[in-house]
Design a protein around this ligand. Structure first.
Ligand SMILES: Nc1ncnc2c1ncn2[C@@H]1O[C@H](COP(=O)(O)OP(=O)(O)O)[C@@H](O)[C@H]1O
Ligand SMILES: NC(=O)c1ccc[n+]([C@@H]2O[C@H](COP(=O)(O)O)[C@@H](O)[C@H]2O)c1
Length: 200
């Protein structure tokens, strides 16, 4: 049995969730773990000197819990999926030969212990203006206060991005303004190559 872990990182609103959901639909025996669901409760997130809640750091996330979910998948992908109500697809009487885990999130490559687990890393980039516009039509819990994007989110993106660029070099950058279908085919083609290597 082969296991493959793909990282779909990217800027806020870069299209990570959309791309991951599209991949999940076509990849048999795949599962998506999203970093977003590991945000700490608002009461645990501190406020910076400008009064903005510091959500865009690893400290705002339960990374220990995220890692523990990923470890469970690694130990036994089949039971991991069935315990979440998902059926494993096999060909005839044969057990599935490949399980794929897609891990998506805005800080997945900034967490060293997670970063080392990826077989392939993708990062969705979009221009500042697209990012600001997409973000303004999204409602988070809690919602972004006025000035949050320019006063906190964008400066933190630049900081986190620099840290990632300094520490990780094996990333395929994707233009998040491309059509969903193009991004989807590009990633599938790259994954196909890895699967061939893994199976040889
Ligand atoms: N390739 C794309 N082209 C145009 N809009 C997109 C594309 N991918 C995602 N979007 C839109 O951008 C917004 C953020 O997408 P989402 O997948 O939730 O981003 P992320 O998970 O990176 O925050 C959504 O409104 C989504 O419909
Ligand atoms: N609990 C939450 O899900 C929550 C709360 C506040 C802000 N956020 C924002 O989520 C962003 C990361 O998620 P996306 O990459 O999906 O946009 C961060 O920029 C952060 O500011 C999320």
């Amino acid at each position: 049995m082969r296991k493959i872990i793909i990282g779909i990182g990217g800027m806020t609103n870069g299209g990570k969730t959309t791309l991951s959901t599209n991949l999940l639909e076509v990849l048999p025996n795949s599962f998506v773990i999203s970093q977003d669901i590991f945000f700490k409760d608002d009461s645990m997130v501190p406020v910076d000197s400008n009064g903005f809640k510091e959500y865009d750091t690893l400290d705002a996330l339960h990374m220990d819990r995220m890692m523990s979910d990923i470890e469970s998948w690694q130990k036994d992908p089949e039971s991991f999926m069935s315990s979440r109500g998902l059926r494993v697809t096999s060909t005839g009487s044969q057990k599935p030969s490949v399980f794929a885990l897609i891990v998506e999130g805005f800080l997945i490559f900034n967490h060293g212990p997670l970063n080392v687990l990826f077989d392939k890393r993708f990062f969705l980039e979009i221009p500042y203006s697209t990012c600001k516009e997409r973000r303004s039509s999204r409602t988070y819990v809690p919602p972004d206060p006025p000035g949050y994007f320019d006063g906190y989110v964008w400066p933190m993106y630049l900081k986190n991005r620099k840290e990632m660029d300094d520490a990780v070099n094996d990333i395929v950058f994707l233009d998040g303004t491309q059509k969903q279908e193009e991004l989807h085919s590009r990633v599938l083609a790259d994954m196909h190559e890895i699967l061939i290597v893994l199976q040889s």
